[in-house]
Design a protein around this ligand. Structure first.
Ligand SMILES: [Zn+2]
Length: 208
């Protein structure tokens, strides 16, 4: 049986991509040195491989709550370690920070009946407020699967709409899986255009 693969070696300080040489110190990857994106910090608990991938798919497409519980149980021991270096959480309380689970388009939410990112956010954080009415997905873009990186960026451009954003705040975006990061970056870009201050993102898993 496959084992979970936690991301616990050397990573990029900004986008969190794991480096192949596990023992080197954390540093910026070449992409983060070259490109400026709106996300200040991205971390994931695991590499997107089995059994994590199967648990995520069973949660997302079959609403299997035992898979949510298993993912939360596997993730929680890694949460404290990761949150220690969140750029605006040094007081340990995520001061002035609001959590935003990546929203689904209302049509997709109606079909699926739940937003897996919201379930994950609620399961991981019980002392940080979750903003549910701040941002919505205005455009039902086609799924990102099977698109190239540039197509993914284009596909999510302008899909989020800010409903209200009062004062400059920090935000922690939560999603199940990060693939290219296009969706998270687009959400962060939209928030920053509306005056958001620091934006970090946390996902259960990421592809490498
Ligand atoms: Zn990077």
């Amino acid at each position: 049986m496959a084992h979970v693969e936690p991301i616990d070696g050397a990573i990029c300080l900004k986008c969190g991509v794991p480096f192949s040489s596990k023992n080197s110190p954390n540093h910026l990857c070449s992409l983060c040195i070259k490109n400026k994106n709106s996300l200040d910090w991205i971390r994931s608990f695991f590499i997107y491989s089995d059994p994590i991938a199967t648990l995520v798919k069973r949660l997302k497409y079959h609403g299997d709550s035992s898979c949510l519980n298993a993912l939360l149980k596997l993730s929680k021991p890694h949460l404290i370690r990761l949150m220690e270096d969140i750029p605006f959480g040094s007081d340990g309380l995520l001061h002035k920070t609001c959590i935003i689970p990546v929203p689904l388009h209302p049509k997709r939410l109606k079909r699926r009946l739940f937003n897996q990112s919201l379930l994950i956010a609620k399961g991981l954080f019980d002392h940080v407020p979750i903003c549910l009415d701040l941002v919505e997905r205005d455009i039902d873009n086609p799924p990102q699967t099977s698109l190239s990186l540039s197509e993914r960026k284009k596909n999510v451009r302008g899909v989020f709409k800010i409903k209200k954003l009062d004062g400059s705040k920090n935000f922690l975006l939560i999603d199940d899986v990060m693939t290219s990061g296009s969706t998270l970056n687009e959400l962060a870009r939209t928030l920053k255009n509306h005056g958001a201050r620091g934006i970090a993102a946390l996902t259960i898993a990421r592809t490498v």
